[in-house]
Design a protein around this ligand. Structure first.
Ligand SMILES: [Fe+2]
Ligand SMILES: [Fe+2]
Length: 475
């Protein structure tokens, strides 16, 4: 790997062309990244020309340049939001002190762990989604999938930059390991459980980008508050891209709902069997997919009580969502927060020190944000004159982390016996037959402007292009 023209090949605003140490680290990592993309990235897509957005700078003209590119030639860049002069730490024990431009020795291990955990999710989602291109419902959707994939690749670069720049040899080893763990790999799995789940079909993909990319948003928002300024600035820029991923999910599900509602009205039926015979996704199946993705995603926030969460906050590594907008002392000592646990045959609330409950605080902020989009989906149903409403399940439903792990709770929040759970689980979570039915709908639609039967076209195209634009030119 020689003769990289750094600003051209790797767009950046981190002064890469002057930084020999960073160049050397990236020169050995980049070919491994490209090898990973070839082996674990989108299936059979190497020669397609895809209408992609590339960030070439952080200013408003530069962050979203559109054009057809072959994905292995995508210019994965390294960007940070501009520095804020004299930025001070505004939460935790170092409140009021200057933000750190380098990693303080005493926080090195925790910061590395935070960056590696975030970094691991980025390539994981690309791996989870790698087969979806083979069953795209349209060219427009295929392009959106690939956009999400290349940007998750760029998010990996963002975290690798921090590891290479600030963590020396350990950082280089961690950067390499990010390419060696794989989603769902029995021997070398990704770090977090939700990133080892399969994303087998496009309904799962839209639910994933709505719910799980939104977990990304909340984690990035918490890290954007960090006292470690390079992490704060890097994650702030990542958030500009994350917004599109959540749009893909929200709009995707809204289009599925719109198409189902249309067929329900045409056939004047709510009967799932009749709707399936007509080739659309019945609303109870949508609800079960929602239940699954919501519950798996809220586990990502971690245990409801966590001494690590307290340490990360008090030491200034990770703030709360919108920390700067909150009207409190930003230290939180002596304050409490309610968490849920099972006692006897019911769920009870318990007050715990807020510092230990910061995972739960972030989870609750996430839930409030998720619910808002579900209400927008319900508006699509209301507008079509359909009474059915989607709903996020109770926070204790189908949990695998913290005090609620393994407890059997219905989507409406009642503790149930093992027997009741088993009797109802196929109404609460996608059953094997639901998944088989959704899989049966997945065919490949690639003619410009054509859409699979189970999903409505979008209202408008990408970057003001028409819906029937040639978003992907196949080899
Ligand atoms: Fe990401
Ligand atoms: Fe994302």
């Amino acid at each position: 790997m020689s003769g990289i023209n750094y600003s051209d090949k790797i767009p950046n605003n981190v002064n890469l062309s002057e930084d020999r140490t960073l160049q050397r680290a990236l020169e050995s990592w980049q070919p491994n990244f490209l090898g990973w993309w070839r082996d674990m990235g989108p299936d059979d897509s190497q020669n397609f020309d895809v209408y992609l957005r590339t960030a070439v700078s952080v200013d408003p003209q530069g962050w979203a340049q559109f054009g057809h590119v072959k994905m292995p030639d995508y210019r994965w860049g390294i960007f940070m939001n501009p520095a804020v002069a004299d930025r001070a730490i505004y939460f935790g024990d170092h409140l009021g002190q200057a933000a750190w431009q380098d990693v303080p020795g005493e926080h090195r291990a925790n910061l590395r762990r935070i960056i590696v955990t975030q970094g691991d999710t980025e390539p994981a989602s690309v791996e989870q989604q790698r087969h979806l291109g083979m069953t795209c419902p349209s060219q427009y959707d295929l392009r959106n999938l690939y956009q999400v994939n290349v940007e998750e690749g760029r998010h990996l670069w963002a975290m690798v930059y921090l590891l290479h720049k600030h963590f020396g040899r350990d950082g280089r080893e961690e950067a390499q390991a990010l390419l060696e763990r794989h989603s769902g790999d029995a021997n070398h799995p990704r770090i977090l459980a939700a990133f080892n789940e399969a994303t087998p079909d496009w309904l799962s993909f839209f639910m994933f980008t709505y719910f799980t990319d939104r977990d990304g948003k909340f984690q990035l928002c918490a890290l954007a508050e960090s006292a470690f300024d390079p992490l704060a600035r890097t994650t702030k820029f990542m958030l500009t891209e994350e917004a599109h991923h959540m749009f893909v999910g929200e709009a995707g599900i809204a289009r599925v709902i719109a198409r189902t509602a249309q067929v329900m009205n045409e056939l004047k039926t709510e009967d799932a069997a009749k709707l399936r015979a007509a080739g659309v996704i019945d609303l109870p199946t949508l609800q079960r997919y929602l239940n699954f993705h919501f519950s798996v995603t809220i586990d990502l926030f971690g245990a409801d009580e966590s001494s690590n969460a307290a340490i990360f906050y008090s030491s200034g590594l990770k703030g709360r969502y919108e920390e700067g907008k909150r009207q409190d002392d930003h230290v939180l000592k002596g304050q409490t927060y309610k968490v849920i646990q099972a006692q006897g045959d019911q769920l009870i609330e318990r007050e715990v020190p807020m510092l230990n409950a910061l995972n739960e605080v972030l989870r609750d902020d996430y839930i409030a944000d998720s619910v808002a989009g579900v209400e927008r989906w319900n508006k699509v149903l209301a507008k079509a004159g359909i009474a059915f409403r989607l709903k996020v399940p109770h926070k204790a439903f189908h949990r695998n982390i913290g005090a609620l792990a393994g407890i059997k709770v219905s989507p409406t929040g009642e503790l149930v016996s093992e027997v009741e759970w088993n009797a109802h689980v196929d109404q609460w979570l996608p059953s094997a037959s639901d998944r088989a039915y959704v899989a049966s709908l997945m065919g490949r639609v690639t003619e410009p402007g054509k859409f699979a039967n189970w999903i409505a076209p979008p209202v408008m195209g990408i970057n003001r292009q028409p819906v029937d634009f040639e978003y992907v030119r196949f080899a």
